[in-house]
Design a protein around this ligand. Structure first.
Ligand SMILES: Cc1cc2nc3c(=O)[nH]c(=O)nc-3n(C[C@H](O)[C@H](O)[C@H](O)COP(=O)(O)O)c2cc1C
Length: 209
């Protein structure tokens, strides 16, 4: 690993091209990754912190940028869900390697309303609804037990929609800080950090790489 060295050739990030609203700038970057057909353009590595201060992280999928925040869906009683319940402060990172771009968001996660969770749940494929409905996410479980539960629910609900468990739904992360990082040659990368002020305005500053 020590010998793996990537050179960054991209043109860089020009401050005058950045949107004044970092949420809109984030939308641009996600849209560009989607339009370019990058693999998993909406994958984000989400970090949460336990009540006693232990961070943990995992990949989830960004499903919307709206109402001033970033939405993803999961199980509320998973490890991440329990950690968010104890401490809503989270961070997530998205990395689009072919673009030499990294985006880091720091903020607070809040459950979306039931209606929004329901409408996304029923839009998912039948098999995904079944898997979500049977999974006690983050709990120990054998493959056999999981497959039995899938069969049981498929028999009870042979077609969509499958009832959404109350413990499954969305979170919206409301950002307090968003950083845009762009790789440049010789590690002299471009970084711009937006920080939300008490009055809601965003202040942008360049950071050293
Ligand atoms: C590419 C990818 C996308 C994923 N998307 C989601 C997702 O949107 N929601 C989710 O709950 N888990 C998703 N997972 C699974 C999570 O990484 C994780 O295993 C799960 O949420 C349990 O995490 P926890 O035990 O830390 O709460 C995804 C995993 C990968 C690799």
């Amino acid at each position: 690993m020590k010998d793996v060295r990537e050179e960054y050739h991209a043109e860089g990030l020009v401050e005058s091209s950045l949107h004044d609203d970092p949420v809109e700038q984030a939308r641009r970057w996600v849209d560009e990754a989607i339009d370019a057909g990058l693999p998993l353009p909406n994958a984000m590595t989400l970090a949460t912190v336990s009540a006693d201060g232990q961070p943990s992280s995992r990949v989830v999928l960004l499903k919307g940028i709206d109402a001033g925040g970033f939405t993803f869906f999961t199980h509320y009683d998973s490890r991440k869900g329990e950690e968010i319940a104890a401490n809503p402060r989270v961070s997530f990172t998205m990395f689009w390697q072919p673009f030499d771009r990294q985006m880091i968001v720091i903020g607070e996660a809040h459950k979306v309303d039931d209606e929004e969770s329901e409408s996304y749940f029923v839009s998912r494929p039948y098999a995904s609804q079944i898997s979500a409905a049977i999974s006690p996410q983050s709990q120990p479980a054998s493959r056999e037990w999981l497959e039995e539960e899938v069969k049981r629910l498929e028999q009870a609900f042979p077609s969509a929609p499958v009832p959404r468990p109350q413990s499954w739904g969305g979170y919206r992360i409301i950002p307090a800080e968003i950083q845009f990082w762009h790789g440049r040659p010789s590690r002299l990368h471009d970084r711009f950090r937006y920080t939300r002020q008490a009055d809601g305005r965003w202040v942008r500053e360049r950071l050293a790489p």
